[in-house]
Design a protein around this ligand. Structure first.
Ligand code: ADP
Ligand code: MG
Ligand code: MG
Length: 208
């Protein structure tokens, strides 16, 4: 079950991991982009921490995630802001109950992936965050289908996202800034796929 406390802990863990790994994310982006992915996400999740603090008192996990999404959209200039923002917002809109069980969360994740695809038009293998997000959503779904609980499903999703991010190394980018490099984008791990893995690892860690 993802209740509000766990949801807040998840987002807090993402913010902490982004702060810790922002230089690494920026270095990945320096190789095939414009060296700002770590800074972009750090700005975004710092704004998210502020937005979820103070007197914001969501009643559902969905309201909290919509807030996360709106804040990312308004605070991050790079491509990743609107993409992650749309994903969190779409997930939140799907979750109208105070807590989300694994089945509900699987549907929400699917909505998040659909939102990223609708906005960015990236397919599997285009060397984007979709190459981590897609496998993570499928792994979560499969785990839930097998009757596993939230914790195990989140762990499977994190592993799939991690594997998906690593598998972007040999790919040539076909979407986003990295695509401007053509074949020179080959041999580098996609920054957005890497941050997607970080987000799912943070989710799994909340259930440890
Ligand atoms: P920008 O490229 O605007 O500087 P960021 O550096 O923050 O933005 O984010 C780059 C990441 O965004 C890429 O590594 C990739 O994973 C993701 N990305 C870029 N364009 C797309 C797209 N059209 N669809 C999905 N993901 C994308
Ligand atoms: Mg960039
Ligand atoms: Mg940029």
């Amino acid at each position: 079950m993802l209740d509000l406390a766990r949801c807040r802990a998840w987002i807090e863990a993402v913010a902490t991991a982004v702060a810790e790994r922002k230089d690494e994310l920026t270095e990945l982006d320096a190789a095939i982009g414009d060296a700002d992915h770590g800074a972009n996400l750090h700005r975004g999740f710092t704004a998210v921490q502020a937005a979820l603090g103070g007197d914001f008192a969501p009643e559902t996990v969905g309201q909290a995630l919509v807030k996360v999404g709106m804040t990312l959209i308004s605070s991050v200039g790079g491509a990743s802001g609107p993409l992650y923002g749309s994903a969190f917002r779409a997930m939140g809109k799907q979750l109208a109950t105070p807590e989300a069980d694994a089945d509900q969360f699987a549907l929400a994740l699917r909505s998040g992936l659909d939102a990223v695809r609708a906005l960015g038009a990236a397919a599997a293998g285009d060397k984007t965050m979709v190459d981590a997000l897609g496998p993570a959503v499928t792994a979560f779904d499969d785990a839930v289908g097998k009757g596993l609980g939230f914790a195990d499903a989140a762990r499977a999703a994190a592993q799939a996202a991690e594997d998906g991010a690593k598998a972007t190394v040999p790919l040539q980018a076909r979407k986003g800034r990295a695509s401007y490099l053509g074949e020179r984008s080959i041999g580098h791990q996609d920054p957005g796929a890497t941050s997607t893995a970080l987000i799912f690892t943070a989710l799994a860690d909340v259930f440890r």
